[in-house]
Design a protein around this ligand. Structure first.
Ligand code: ADP
Ligand code: MG
Length: 246
């Protein structure tokens, strides 16, 4: 059976110890008027049911709309609105997150903010899905992940992966501008990109060793090697990236 199934306007996904907390977060976002996230419908022992967010997920290969500058800008604005909506999430002792809290806590970050977890209506970013890795943390955690994926600063054979460095630097700067990222966050963006890739490698290796099929598949598909190569790429161009987003 597929891990994730859709029936009409509902999506059934595996649930974890963090799912009740994620449902409270999603309810909170809706209550704040941020409706571009799934609405929690029910929670069983092993499965959660949430609403389907209408649109097209930004899975690879990207279509022309998702590769556009307009999609980059609307994605950045959407992330800003989500972070603003999540920043007054009423935290409680009952909260369980899948990831450790990261300082400075400014909001509840998504934790895997990437095109494949965004939903588009043409060039307009309209939704964010897959909140399993959400946790309290700094806004730049998600912005760094977004810049890595959308510039993109990868050696992988994805869209934009063959674009000139100059073009990618321009997209990184445009994302930060459209988000309205503050100076402190900009100053740590490159190191945060590296930390988040290193964290991803650790997660894949740990969870694959524990038998999680999603991460076993990531490992088999060479994701760890790719992320390590990308860390080297980002470190090689660290000064140029830092200057572009300053
Ligand atoms: N609530 C949702 N609304 C719209 N599409 C969804 C939703 N949940 C999942 N999907 C689709 O299923 C794919 C995988 O789901 P996702 O929640 O991202 O899980 P994972 O990345 O862990 O496989 C997404 O890329 C998207 O295409
Ligand atoms: Mg996903």
């Amino acid at each position: 059976m597929e891990r994730i199934t859709r029936a009409d306007d509902r999506v059934h996904r595996p649930a974890g110890p963090w799912t009740p907390t994620v449902h409270r977060l999603l309810e909170h976002a809706h209550g704040q008027g941020f409706v571009g996230v799934p609405e929690p419908i029910s929670l069983g022992d092993t499965l959660e049911t949430v609403s389907f967010v209408p649109g097209t997920a930004g899975d690879y290969p990207w279509n022309q709309d998702i590769a556009s500058e307009a999609a980059l800008v609307t994605t950045a604005r959407m992330l800003r609105h989500y972070h603003d909506a999540a920043q007054d999430y009423p935290r409680s002792d009952a909260d369980v997150w899948s990831q450790a809290e990261r300082a400075p806590v400014e909001t509840i970050v998504h934790g895997d903010f990437a095109p494949y977890n965004c939903v588009y209506d043409g060039i307009a970013a309209v939704g964010i899905i897959d909140f399993d890795t959400a946790h309290p943390g700094p806004r730049v955690w998600d912005v760094a992940s977004a810049v890595y994926r959308f510039a993109p600063f990868t050696t992988g054979l994805v869209e934009g992966g063959s674009a000139s460095l100059e073009h990618r630097l321009g997209r990184a700067a445009e994302f930060c501008r459209a988000y309205g990222l503050d100076a402190r966050s900009r100053s740590v963006l490159v190191e945060t990109m590296v930390s988040s890739l290193v964290a991803l490698v650790t997660t894949i290796e740990t969870e694959a060793a524990a038998g999680d099929p999603k991460f076993v598949s990531d490992l088999r598909h060479g994701h760890v090697e790719l992320y390590r190569a990308d860390v080297a790429f980002i470190e090689e161009h660290a000064d140029a990236i830092a200057a572009a987003v300053a």
